[in-house]
Design a protein around this ligand. Structure first.
Ligand SMILES: [Zn+2]
Length: 165
């Protein structure tokens, strides 16, 4: 299955798309050592503690980058999700492009009711943005597309951090 935007891609872009689509998992060495961070993240979100949420997300991000041998990145947890058109932004990945490192932005409150985002969807967003980082730095893809393979990699990381799912 390919996503509808595939038709609009150039031949070179389609090549990147297929490479991305072929990788289904991200084996995480010693992922277990990161498990204690998960209940801490649940609690930080429950307490609506932005600072602590950010600190734990940074520890998770460092845990992933160091295990996978990719450059570290900066991570910011912000309050209310920005809205563009009818879409709420959950997270954002920005390439380094001249800066010292790439940046991930995560928002912990929904735009509509300003409620704290559910834990699972928050963790998925973090892993989603991490997968963009891995596309560039682990798989050395010139671009990072949302392919079926991309979403499988996101799930692969999710299940290694939350194995009972
Ligand atoms: Zn994305």
């Amino acid at each position: 299955m390919v996503f509808s935007y595939y038709k609009k891609l150039s031949t070179a872009q389609k090549r990147i798309y297929h490479k991305s689509d072929e990788i289904h998992a991200v084996p995480l060495p010693d992922g277990k050592a990161l498990h204690p961070l998960i209940p801490r993240l649940v609690s930080a979100l429950e307490h609506e503690d932005r600072d602590r949420t950010e600190e734990i997300c940074r520890a998770l991000a460092r845990g992933l980058t160091s295990r996978l041998g990719v450059p570290e990145l900066r991570l910011k947890v912000l309050a209310v999700r920005p809205v563009t058109g009818s879409e709420e932004l959950h997270g954002l990945y920005e390439l380094a492009e001249g800066r010292a490192s790439a940046v991930i932005f995560l928002w912990m409150r929904t735009a509509k009711h300003r409620r704290v985002v559910a834990f699972r969807s928050f963790l998925r967003t973090l892993l989603h943005e991490m997968c963009h980082h891995l596309d560039y730095h682990l798989y050395h893809l010139p671009d990072s597309y949302h392919t079926e393979g991309f979403y499988k990699r996101e799930s692969s990381l999710f299940h290694q951090l939350i194995p009972e799912e």
